[in-house]
Structures are given as C-alpha cells and as structure tokens.
Design a protein around this ligand. Structure first.
Ligand code: HEC
Length: 171
C-alpha cells in the first residue's frame, strides 16, 4: 500500500508540469501581437517567413536586445530601425524555449492556408482533438483536477493508515 502511495506522489509533478507547457500562440499574443502581425505591417514589420529571411541566432539576439545590435552597427538592424521610424523594439527577455515556441508558431502561421472553397483540401479538425487541446490550456480544468488529486492522496493516505492500523490490531 505504501509503495502505491509513493509511486502516485512521484507521478503527479510530471502530470502537472504539462500546465507550464509553452504555447507559442499565447506567447505571441501576449508579447508580440501589440506590434506585429504575421501578414501585415503594424508598428513593426510583418513576421511572415521571418525564419527564412534571418538566421535564428540573429533573430534571438535581435528580439532580446535590438538596441545593442543597432548600437553595434549590425547592418540589418540599423536598416530596420531607420525604416521603422526609429521606434525601438523593447527587449523581450525570451528564454530559448520561449523563443523556439514563438518561432514555430510564426513558421506554422506563415504556411499558405488551404483554399477555402475546396472542402477536400480542408478536413474538419477532429472535435475530440480540439477538446483535448482546450482542456490542457484551461485552468478551469487544471484547478479542479489538482484539488481532486490532492483529495485522492488524502483518501489514499487515510486508507493506508487504516490498513496499517488493522494489521497492527491483528498482530
Ligand atoms: C512595442 C512594439 C513591439 C513589440 C511588443 C515587439 N516588437 Fe518586434 N519590432 C518592433 C519594431 C518597431 C521593429 C522594427 C525594428 C526597429 O525599429 O528596431 C521590430 C522588429 C522585429 C523583428 C525584425 C523583423 C525583420 O524584418 O527582420 C523581429 C524578428 C521581431 N520584431 C520579433 C518580435 C517578437 C518575436 C516579439 C514578441 C516576443 C516582438 N517582436 C515584440 C516592435 C515591437
């Protein structure tokens, strides 16, 4: 019984870590969308296919410290800065995983969309898959789930305790 309890306690953190999974779309919406769009120029340039125009080291450095690059005289950075009316892009302090999930979001959004009047080319997304996706970013799912898990541990612990007591009585 005690062994089962231990196994469950070890498994839970792995389960809950899914909650912090980095979602490129959300990151983009929270940090970049105010100034950038994939297809259109806003305050900053359109980011469509940016991964083909610049290499990823350049992108990472620019996103996290464009000012330093402009000051260092990086040709592309200086050209952008003057093209965009000398508006400085704020440094984003992205971690490497955050950077890669934003980049994969931009890459997937850059792909040509399927032609809308051809139903064969656009299979409906599976409602089951869509639901699972929703559940995993949804705090209304995670909060009750966590409460449930905690209650479950308490019950298990109590059961272990009772079983041990019963065994103690028998002995
Ligand atoms: C406050 C507005 C603002 C925000 C927020 C912002 N940017 Fe920018 N971004 C700019 C501007 C303005 C430029 C043009 C360069 C310049 O003026 O220095 C730019 C340029 C860029 C470039 C270079 C584009 C090219 O053509 O080479 C990339 C890449 C970029 N931004 C990515 C991002 C990402 C990713 C985020 C979010 C994590 C972000 N930006 C958030 C304003 C912003």
């Amino acid at each position: 019984m005690n062994r089962i309890l231990l196994i469950i306690i070890f498994i839970i953190p792995f389960h809950l870590s899914g909650q912090e999974e980095l979602d490129g779309k959300t990151l983009f919406r929270n940090k970049c969308k105010a100034c950038h769009n994939i297809d259109q120029r806003l305050v900053g340039p359109a980011l469509k296919n940016i991964h083909e125009k610049r290499d990823s080291t350049w992108l990472f450095n620019f996103i996290n410290g464009s000012q330093a690059m402009i000051e260092a005289g990086d040709t592309a950075a200086v050209a952008l800065f003057s093209e965009y009316n000398q508006i400085l892009m704020p440094n984003q302090n992205l971690s490497v995983p955050e950077f890669s999930s934003i980049m994969s979001y931009i890459r997937s959004e850059s792909q040509p969309k399927a032609v809308s009047d051809n139903p064969i080319a656009r299979p409906e997304p599976s409602p089951v898959a869509a639901n699972i996706q929703l559940q995993f970013d949804n705090y209304f799912f995670w909060i009750p789930f966590t409460v449930f898990v905690i209650l479950f541990i308490i019950v298990l612990y109590y059961m272990t305790f009772v079983t041990d007591m019963a065994q103690g009585v028998k002995e």
